[in-house]
Design a protein around this ligand. Structure first.
Ligand SMILES: CC(C)[C@H](C(=O)O)[C@@H](O)C(=O)O
Ligand code: SF4
Length: 421
């Protein structure tokens, strides 16, 4: 650890300095208190084994540990059902929180439950834990062993990451969304372009909490350790968060790389197989025949995403020969979408609605792809074999583009539908 000095700090350095109780810079090893530890169903068995067999420990602060049954929920096989049963029993014995089948995707649930807050350090057994950066929390994914150590001790150690500064300028044109910005960011940085770095996104007061989640979520696709969206204006306080002064990066902080994105110049984007940074304008891929469209996930399964899809699908039908799966990110999202009629609009358009959770995002159940099939998904990964067969192809896009594609049965922009009427 470096002795206190006046050198300006990045947001990651600020948060890992823990409210100014110490002063750390990129490259330092920091031992920090962890505010929340999150364990997903798929990792729960190894987590429990590490805790009980290797560490012979119980969670030091049970209220700081959450288990979420989301990736394969409801269970698809006997062994999955058994693992989930053990996770429930473990939660009952130790007093850690358990969010069971149907509550939703881990990152969405933690956010809704207020278990990620500005300045917090949140570790998850899931790579997309960078999502918590949406509310200025240092969120990071770790493996079962590190997660178990954090649960047992209430602390973790990590090397303070270098930071990349991404500055968003101007205003988005109509029809262009935070997902398009996120895909463009990954293209600019490259799939390994920010390995073990913190991506610090300067977005001003643009973007809702959900949109900020989309941006922070994709950061791990550039290899980032964390993705921190700097709170701008009153945006987070409007959601009821208390934003302490010490989370903000200092002017003059040191970045390893700086990138600007001119929002006004951005058109709807699409990531083509089989790397997330293979990003093109949707217009270039227009017309490609699509078998399945999936709207959901921790990237784009929120109410505003379902609204964007319903706006396109209202009064229209999914193309015969194309399947549209819609899976709300959480039970809260599902309830709101029921109340305001969004789900009815989607159902009437021919969508197949699923239980809140990860759905087919990582190819475990509820919509895996056959060889040769093409899927447009609002998720964050299009690797070979990600959603089923290795010869299936996945294109990543925004909910509006996904919805337009479902109507046309081919890659399309919402504007193409208006022309087709
Ligand atoms: C199952 C889980 C560990 C995995 C992850 O780490 O991200 C999954 O959520 C994914 O998106 O690939
Ligand atoms: S929705 Fe997809 S990316 Fe998100 S946590 Fe689930 S499997 Fe991972």
């Amino acid at each position: 650890m470096t002795l206190a000095s006046p050198r300006p700090q990045t947001m990651a350095e600020k948060i890992l300095s823990r409210r100014g109780t110490m002063t750390v810079y990129a490259g330092d090893l920091a031992v920090v208190d962890v505010d929340q530890v999150m364990v997903v169903d798929s990792i729960a068995q190894s987590f429990i084994e590490r805790m009980q067999r290797d560490l012979e420990a119980v969670p030091k602060y049970p209220e700081r540990v959450s288990i979420v049954i989301d990736h394969v929920a409801p269970a698809s096989t006997v062994s999955v059902a058994q693992a989930q049963k053990e996770a429930r029993e473990y939660a009952a014995q130790t007093g850690v929180r358990l969010f069971d089948v149907g509550r939703g995707i881990c990152h969405q649930v933690l956010m809704e439950e207020g278990l990620a807050r500005p300045g917090w350090i949140v570790l998850g057994s899931d790579s997309h834990s960078t999502t918590y950066g949406a509310v200025a929390a240092f969120g990071s994914g770790m493996g079962a062993t590190d997660i178990a150590l954090a649960a047992a001790s209430g602390k973790t150690w990590l090397k303070v990451p270098e930071s990349v500064k991404v500055t968003l300028q101007g205003d988005l044109r109509p029809g262009v969304s935070a997902k398009d910005v996120a895909l463009e960011m990954i293209r600019l940085l490259g799939a390994d372009g920010a390995t073990y770095q913190s991506i610090e996104i300067h977005a001003g007061d643009r973007f809702t909490r959900g949109e900020r989640m989309t941006l922070a979520n994709l950061c791990v696709e550039a290899g980032a350790k964390a993705g921190l969206v700097v709170p701008g204006g009153e945006i987070l306080t409007a959601y009821g968060y208390d934003v302490p002064e010490w989370v903000y990066p200092d002017a003059g902080a040191r970045y390893v790389r700086e990138v600007q994105i001119d929002l006004g110049a951005l058109a709807p984007r699409m990531s083509a197989p089989s790397e997330v940074d293979n990003v093109h304008d949707v217009a270039e891929l227009r017309g490609l025949k699509v078998d399945q469209v999936f709207i959901g996930t921790c990237t784009n399964g929120r109410l505003e995403d379902l609204h964007a899809a319903a706006d396109v699908l209202r009064g229209r039908r999914v193309s015969p020969g194309t399947r549209l799966l819609v899976i709300p990110a959480s039970s809260e999202v599902m309830e709101q979408a029921m109340e305001d009629g969004t789900l009815l609009t989607l159902q009437r358009a021919g969508a197949v609605l699923g239980t809140p959770g990860c759905g087919p995002c990582m190819g475990r159940h509820q919509g895996v792809l056959a060889p040769g099939e093409v899927c447009v998904s609002t998720s964050n990964r299009n690797f070979i074999g990600r959603m089923g067969d290795k010869d299936a192809q996945i294109y990543l896009a925004s909910p509006a583009v996904a919805a337009a594609t479902a109507v046309m049965g081919r890659v399309a922009l919402p504007a193409d539908l208006r022309e087709a009427v």
